[in-house]
Design a protein around this ligand. Structure first.
Ligand code: UD1
Ligand code: MG
Length: 495
């Protein structure tokens, strides 16, 4: 858009949020609220986009910074008028119109801004304010009009008389002002008000004094102008955006069984014919392919899922990758850098961290796989654990293709299992296993006959001790407390 520079105010702390995080960085459906305002502005293609930052300026710049955005720093933050003044070094000489917006109105649309600019230009206006009607105008600046319908003042809630408070036409915080006029009016704005701040809204009064007519452009859908000042407004606006996102997804061919119960951030993409069950949260940089099923209670963040993936009830995926046709869960936990191949299975109570799992490999029950490379067509038995941490460092476990790992195996890393090997159930594997081998590492089973009255059954602790003595005598084991000879184990035997 020729002859329009945009200026977004984002320096305030947002005291009413009661937060350690600067207001404009609070997430709305997964993105900082200010990024929605920037997107809407950018879509209007202004000559320039400038942002006034102040509170936590470095964080704000990091979150939104891009080559096309200029920054002005407002320090300290003495009100919205003071914020625009802080951008004087960038825009004072700008000969066109300055579109000013607050950074806390993420529902604003590009179309509305374009219409606003169109109206301002058509009327050859030098100062136009976007207004709207709110059933409950509490907290907004009230629009005072003169007998000709021009705006003569904007009165802030804290400065408003009872008469002003009854006005339902409010200031959206969006203005278009001819650059040179804007900065000359601001020089006359003082801070003699309830908040002792330099209000941007006071340029209206100053323009009226100069006999410069101030026009109002009425926004029909007042929702677009909801400014987020509190946590409840944050929830309200997020709800509107989530609702829109769900509609867009369903429009694009995604089934949501209970739309109102799922939370899908604006940053997530989902392929056609995927079905999302109730109570699912999908956030961050998550991509879900086609024909997937995501069952209830699942939380997925920053993860990539291929086509035909099933994530069963109650699973959590964080920065993980799951390829086509794989099934995860129920109650599985994929942690950062878990990479699961195609047609694999990660079953219930299985946790995978910083590990690759090959195609068609199965770990179906109660397993921890951390810092491991598991090949293709491997079967990991129930209760298997990679012991990756020695208290100081993490070590890797490598299980090559086509291995069969029995139940309840511990791999004490670093350790490597050669291709096609079999690990006996209950083994503690501390040494590498060559390819095509059987490794068994557990104590040999012993069997004793129980005498009449021994074994399970109701008896006091004293009786039990007597029974133990009887048993040890009968089979010739050392008395309890006596020094024991080391037992030979299967580990020392050839399989
Ligand atoms: C402001 C308007 C009010 C309007 C409402 C619309 C003023 C005085 N009031 O009130 O008329 O109805 O927006 O949402 O302008 N900011 C700075 N520096 C500062 C103070 C604020 O950059 O020193 C930024 C904030 O980061 C925020 C924006 O300006 O993005 C608006 O500030 P906020 O405190 O939310 O103003 P409101 O009370 O909502
Ligand atoms: Mg506000």
């Amino acid at each position: 858009m020729d002859n329009v520079a945009a200026l977004i105010l984002a320096a305030g702390k947002g005291t009413r949020m009661r937060s350690g995080v600067c207001k404009v960085l609070h997430a709305v459906a997964g993105r900082p609220m200010i990024s929605y305002v920037i997107d809407a502005v950018r879509a209007c293609s202004p000559d320039r986009i400038a942002l006034v930052v102040g509170h936590q300026s470095e964080d704000v710049i990091k979150a939104v910074g891009g080559p096309a955005i200029e920054f002005a720093v407002q320090e300290p933050q003495l009100g919205t008028g003071h914020a625009v003044m802080a951008a004087g070094n960038l825009l004072r000489e700008y000969p066109g119109d300055v579109l000013i917006l607050c950074g806390d109105i993420p529902l604003i649309r590009q179309r509305t801004l374009s219409d606003f600019i169109g109206y301002h230009k058509l009327e050859a206006s030098k100062l136009t304010v976007m207004t709207t009607r709110m059933e409950n105008p509490y907290g907004y600046g009230r629009i005072v009009r003169d007998s000709s319908g021009f705006i003569s003042a904007i009165v802030e809630e804290k400065d408003a008389s009872d008469d002003h408070k009854r006005i339902t036409e409010v200031n959206t915080g969006i203005y278009l002002a001819h650059g040179p006029l804007l900065f000359s009016l601001l020089e006359r704005v003082g801070s003699d008000n309830a908040q002792e701040e330099y209000y941007l809204t006071d340029i209206v009064k100053e323009a009226t004094k100069e006999s410069e007519p101030v026009r109002g452009f009425k926004l029909r859908d007042s929702h677009e102008a909801i400014g987020i000042n509190s946590r409840s407004e944050l929830a309200r606006v997020s709800g509107v955006i989530w609702c829109e996102l769900r509609e867009q997804l369903m429009e694009s061919g995604v089934t949501l069984l209970d739309p109102g119960s799922v939370y899908i951030d604006s940053t997530v993409s989902i392929g056609q014919d995927t079905v999302i069950h109730p109570c699912v949260t999908l956030s961050g940089d998550t991509v879900i392919g086609r024909d997937c099923i995501i069952e209830s209670g699942t939380y997925i963040i920053n993860s990539k899922l291929g086509d035909g993936v099933r994530v069963l009830q109650g699973s959590r995926l964080d920065s993980a990758e799951v390829m086509n046709g794989t099934q995860v869960g129920p109650m599985a936990h994929l942690r950062p850098e878990a990479k699961i191949g195609q047609n694999a299975r990660i079953g219930n109570f299985v946790e995978v961290k910083k590990s690759t799992i090959g195609d068609r490999t199965k770990a179906s029950h109660l397993t921890y796989i951390g810092d491991a490379s598991v090949g293709t067509d491997v079967n990991i038995g129930c209760g298997t654990i990679t012991c990756n941490y020695d208290g100081k460092q993490k070590h890797r476990t490598v299980i090559n293709d086509r291995c069969f790992v029995g139940s309840d195996v511990q791999f004490v890393a670093p350790v490597e299992i050669g291709q096609g090997s079999v690990i006996g159930a209950g083994s503690t594997i501390t040494r590498d296993v060559p390819p095509r081998s059987l490794a068994v590492a557990r104590t040999r089973q012993k069997v004793y006959a129980l005498r009449e009255g021994q074994g399970p059954g109701p008896s006091s602790g004293k009786d039990r001790k007597d029974e133990d003595c009887l048993l040890t005598r009968r089979i010739g084991l050392p008395e309890p407390g006596a020094k024991q000879e080391p037992e030979s184990s299967d580990e020392d035997r050839k399989p």
